[in-house]
Design a protein. Sequence first.
Length: 433
Amino acid sequence: MTPAARLQAAIDVLSAIEKSAKPADSVAASYYRDRRYIGAKDRRAVAEVVWRVLRRRARLDWWLRFFEVEEIDSRSRVLADMALEGIQPDPDLFRGPHSAWAPEPEERRFIERMLELKSPFHRDMPPHVRSEYPEWIEPRLVALFGDSLGDEMGAMRDEAPLDLRVNALKATREQAIAALAAEKIRAEPTALSPLGLRLASRLPLVQIQAWRDGLIEVQDEGSQLVALIVGAKPGMAVVDYCAGAGGKTLAIAAAMANKGRLVACDVASWRVDRAGDRLRRAGVHNVTRRVIEGESDKWIKRSAGSFDRVLVDAPCTGTGTWRRNPDAKWQLGEADLLELIVRQRDILASAARLVRPGGRLIHATCSLMTEENEAQVEAFLAAHPDYRQVPIDEVWAETIGTPCPVAGPHLRLTPLRHRTDGFFASVLERAAG
């Protein structure tokens, strides 16, 4: 593909993302499937532009308004991004098949002015533009982070590293590091998770033998920590109530050494089915996958009080994953948050029925929002007097054994403070007897 063809492809992908409710990576994958002629190198080049535009869309839109551009769309954003990258719109750039057409006079004017900028930031940019988040969510973030809001959301704005979890069923962390080194891939141990590895750059996993052999899995360090504080042990009965594609299920199975009963539930059969290949590659064989029909599922009623641990990785706004999914922030509205709060409350109440006396319920999200986290725990405890919250430092000492990185009753992680995605978890214990 010519450079101009790559630009046009980036414009097309961004336009498709804006029109779709699906995640950006899913939309992009569909675009490439329909255009087999686009090779891997071209896909990487297009993706670089697409994700860069999504990461700084608020600033691009601000500059386009500043320079009085009439129509702000995928094309104007890509051209503005090109200017911020210092790329001159020379006529030779816009030639060849499938090429983007050369800038019109009005477009050339704002491009030339943006080429003169010394920084992508401007002193008049409001905080939500500078730190790239929706304006409606700002009061909630101010209440949460206070004076550190700019730094916290600045860290959320940046691209995330690639974290891996070592599959303890097949390797130690040292063995996994050696296996990756044999493929000329340098991996550093993560600071908090005893099973975590961090790569300096993103790589196509299907080309890595250690991944194909099941020695490693992609999982953010924060997600690894949530799975660890579940405290699953060999011989226990455990439920991953909102298992999705099975990332935490895999981690819990490894902690159980494939011994005991682990049930992975989800309301979507396609998500449950998708976990099959991952389980086989990891050598996991103590997992039963189950599709449930929401909170009124008959299996839940039959299984009440049967499980030592129940993890509820609740559906949430995903605000803690914005550095990996920058498109999600522009699709999220306040109505979505309010709807999820009700859904989470119902899911927690349903999952709590599965916990045996003396067992534990773990409420977790990849959200920053207090309403989805601390407020949900407070409401649950008020409605369920037979549960108590276990302080996170106690849980951490039991399950991980290193100094706990947070103060307070909950586990709350952020990219700035802990170099993980934004995660929340709270451990709730049912009274014995």
